[in-house]
Design a protein. Structure first.
Length: 255
């Protein structure tokens, strides 16, 4: 298991994007969700990002008001009408407001300078937590993938066996029907209440599926069909487990 320090060293001198703004990062948690630590750290980073946005907005507002006050002072100084004492009071008021706005501007700019290092630190911590989560998740995913692959392989084996069993039963039924038909005639269908279908095409398709022979090989040509040779102790010519012991291709007779 990798530790935090190893992940931290791997991130040295890396220019990380802000993870909370990275949609690719968010999608990695779409299935299982985020851990509590990741969620808490993400909230901290979002709060700093929101604070940065508010400060930038406030700063624009402060500067706009300051410019308006400066214009009023200039206009008041240039005007010739009005009582001089009243003008002085207005100028003093405007100057006090400007001094107050300057303090707010200075405070906002100072805080804006402090935010990027804090955001970088928390963003890096968020990435480390994410890497720890991803490392564990990769291990789990690999193990589950391995188990699923084993299941798929077994299903393929079972499918092949069952296809052979099905073909075996169909062939046996056709042979029984053909034998009784030769001896007793077509009335045998009524006696046995059996409807025989032409399953050559189905048998051929199933045989190609089990053989796994790629398109273009001999078995894919229409003049070839799949046949089964059975040898065993069963009464139907199969082995004790009901499986055919051998399967092979023979060339179909062209009539």
């Amino acid at each position: 298991m990798k530790n935090t320090e190893e992940f931290r060293k791997a991130l040295e001198h890396k220019n990380l994007p802000l993870l909370v703004l990275d949609q690719k990062w968010h999608r990695l948690f779409a299935i299982h969700g985020k851990t509590e630590d990741i969620q808490n750290t993400e909230t901290q980073l979002n709060n700093l990002l929101a604070r940065q946005g508010r400060l930038n907005s406030d700063l624009k507002g402060y500067k706009k008001v300051k410019n308006q006050l400066m214009d009023e002072i200039v206009q008041n100084m240039e005007g010739s009408k009005g009582d001089a004492s009243d003008k002085e009071k207005v100028r003093d008021k405007d100057k006090r407001m400007i001094d107050e706005i300057n303090e707010r501007i200075e405070s906002a700019e100072a805080e804006l300078l402090e935010l990027p290092p804090k955001m970088k630190e928390i963003n890096e911590q968020l990435m480390i937590l994410s890497m720890e989560y991803f490392y564990a998740k990769i291990k789990v995913n690999a193990q589950e993938s391995k188990e699923i692959d084993a299941w798929i392989q077994q299903v393929r084996i079972d499918l092949k066996k069952n296809i052979i069993k099905k073909q075996n039963r169909d062939i046996n039924n056709r042979e029984i029907y053909a034998y009784l038909h030769d001896i007793c005639g077509p009335q045998v269908l009524d006696l046995f209440d059996v409807e025989m279908e032409d399953s050559n095409r189905e048998s051929e398709e199933e045989s190609l599926a089990i053989s796994g022979i790629r398109k273009g090989n001999e078995a894919s040509r229409p003049e070839y069909i799949f046949r089964v040779s059975c040898a065993g102790t069963g009464t139907d010519g199969t082995g004790g487990d009901g499986f055919c012991s051998e399967a092979f291709l023979i060339k179909r007779r062209i009539s």
